[in-house]
Structure formats: C-alpha cells, structure tokens
Design a protein around this ligand. Structure first.
Ligand code: ATP
Length: 314
C-alpha cells in the first residue's frame, strides 16, 4: 500500500474545473475530507457529483484546479493516489465473462497484488458481503442486491484508506439498504475515510458527519450535517386547535403563527422557544380557544436541500 503523508487531509479538492465542450460540469469547487470522516456529496441529477468523483479517482482529465489524496497530486502522482482509494461506481461495469471470485482477483491484480497474497482477504470479503455461495457464479446470475454488494467488495480488495461510493443503495430494497448502512458504519469504525453520494437524503442524514451540496457544478453548502440542519432549516412547531380557524387568532399576532393551508385546525410556528410556547398556550387558554395537541417537526436534510437548491434530489 502507498504511504499516506500524515498531516494532509484524505482528499483535498482545490478549484476543480471540468468541462464537457463549452459546458462546465464542475465549475471551480473546493472541499476537503479529513482522514476518518464520513462525507456526503449531495446534489440534484446532473449537478456534477459523478464528474467530481471521476476526477478524484483519476478517471476524468481535469481542466483546472488540483486534487490531492493524502498529499499526492492525482495528476502527477496518479499511482500513489489511486492505490489509496477504492471506488464503488454508480454503474455496474463488471466483465460478464468472469466469475465473482475472478472479478475480485483481477481487481487485486490491477494493484499488483498476487493471488496467493489476497486469496484469504477475498474469501473474507465474499463472506462479509454474503457472496460466498456465488463465488463461482457469473455476474449475470446475481440479483441486483448481490451486484451492489459485489461492487463494494471489489472496492475493498486492496484495503484502501478511502472508500468512495457513488449511489451505493440505488435500487436496493429496504433490508439491504439498512444492511449496507451497517457495513458503511463498520468501515467508518475501522478508520476508513468515506465519501458517499446519494439521492436518499435521510441516508446522508443518518450516516454522514459532513455534507457538501453541489448544484450546477458549484458547491452551495459545505458543513457538518448537524450544523447545516441547525443553521438552514428550522424546526417547526404545530399547535392543533379543537376547531379550524381562517386566520391565526389575533392574540398570537406577535408569534408568527400561520394557519396550515391543508388543515385549518393547525397553527404552525417557526422558532418558538419553550417560554414562548407556554405564553402562546396561556394566551389561547385565556381567549377560550381549545388546544388538542402540540407537536414539533424536526427539520430534515430534505428541507435544507430544498431550501438551497429549490428542488428535490431526484
Ligand atoms: P446524477 O445524480 O444524475 O448521477 P451527477 O451529479 O453525478 O448526476 P454528472 O454525471 O457529474 O452529474 O454530470 C454533470 C454534468 O456533466 C451533466 O450536465 C452531464 O450531462 C454532463 N456530463 C457528464 N458526463 C459527460 C460526458 N461524458 N460528456 C458530456 N457531458 C457529460
């Protein structure tokens, strides 16, 4: 395995530009991922995520900027950089004439690892990803979920320090998704640095400590997930009245109440502290307005994403 200079971040992207013809698929983005971080790279379709990942792993020639992997420049020290990364790509790109175990052996060969040195590791990966019984099967004989697991096993063959997963849970059922989440958390505990792209924002929220949101080739947010949730989307508080109303009760004029357009019995508030809530309930009580329920709805990454990009992830 290549050496990793200790002080450098796992991944450092400076002012990356990638053009296709006149279009800038990636338009000067910068971000870094520290060793051991779990980073979510999010954005709508066509935003530039896969292009950025391809640039990081050396699959796409870059038109501007610089990318370093543990201090190794991907353009000038391609081999050292590439060995430190395992990529689980979005599209299946398996050789259909190879069997599952052979696919892993060939991958090891790309990194100069000899079969006898990796045989035990490959057995362990087949076991870990529940592919042992399919070791001699062709890819065409695997289910979609098995192909996803094989993609991940292949990314890990050379025991890379960084694992990049481009939509690893696209099209898998709920059970496998949760299983993959556990696998990714385990990799994180083993000290791997992980970059994940996903359109399932609850997935990014559950797994990623930091997220970057890209839109039209530009980074529109780059923050710790918890901080992003706190700073951009607000938790909402709802008070359900016993009877619907047309307008917020006048006694609540100073509290920014809105009547839910779908349900006139619901009053919605943003940023209502506990003291203000007691005051609101007391005012409603004094005005003879009965309250049925009080609920808070926690802001999600989906809310932030919509606020920043003005559209859904898919
Ligand atoms: P998705 O979520 O749909 O996978 P993405 O964020 O990964 O999207 P990219 O695949 O990086 O987006 O695409 C970014 C832009 O670059 C898009 O406008 C896309 O059409 C364009 N693009 C990507 N690859 C090529 C290519 N080989 N030739 C020309 N244009 C390309």
């Amino acid at each position: 395995m290549a050496s990793a200079p200790s002080a450098a971040p796992a991944i450092a992207v400076h002012q990356l530009v990638k053009r296709y013809g006149d279009a800038r698929a990636v338009d000067g983005i910068s971000f870094s991922v520290e060793r051991g971080d779990f980073f979510g790279f999010l954005g709508p379709n066509g935003a530039g995520k896969t292009t950025t990942i391809n640039a990081i792993v050396g699959l796409a020639r870059i038109d501007g900027g610089r990318i370093e992997i543990f201090g190794h420049d991907v353009s000038t020290a391609w081999r050292q950089a590439r060995r430190l990364i395992g990529l689980a790509p979005q599209e299946y790109n398996f050789d259909r004439y190879l069997r599952v175990r052979e696919i892993l052996m060939y991958q090891a060969g790309y990194y100069g690892l000899r079969p006898r040195d990796v045989a035990a590791r490959i057995d362990a990966l087949l076991e870990r990803f529940a592919l042992g019984v399919k070791a001699d099967a062709f890819v065409s004989q695997l289910s979609g979920g098995m192909k996803r697991r094989l993609t991940l096993a292949r990314a890990l063959v050379h025991d890379p320090q960084i694992v990049i997963l481009d939509e690893p849970t696209a099209g898998v059922d709920v059970e496998l998704r949760l299983e993959l989440w556990e696998t990714l958390r385990a990799l994180r505990r083993e000290g791997k640095t992980i970059i994940l792209t996903t359109h399932y924002l609850e997935e990014a929220e559950a797994l990623c400590e930091r997220v970057g949101i890209i839109e039209n080739g530009r980074m529109v947010a780059l923050e710790e997930t918890a901080h992003l949730l706190r700073s951009h989307a607000r938790d909402e508080l709802t008070i359900t009245l016993a009877h619907p109303v047309q307008e917020p009760p006048p006694v609540l004029a100073h509290f920014g109440a809105r009547v839910d357009p779908q349900d006139g019995a619901r009053l919605r508030f943003e940023r209502l502290g506990p003291l203000e809530l007691s005051e609101v309930l007391a005012l409603l009580g004094r005005a003879g307005i009965d309250v049925e329920a009080v609920n808070t709805e926690r802001a999600t990454l989906q809310d932030v994403f919509l606020e920043l990009t003005g559209r859904g992830a898919r």
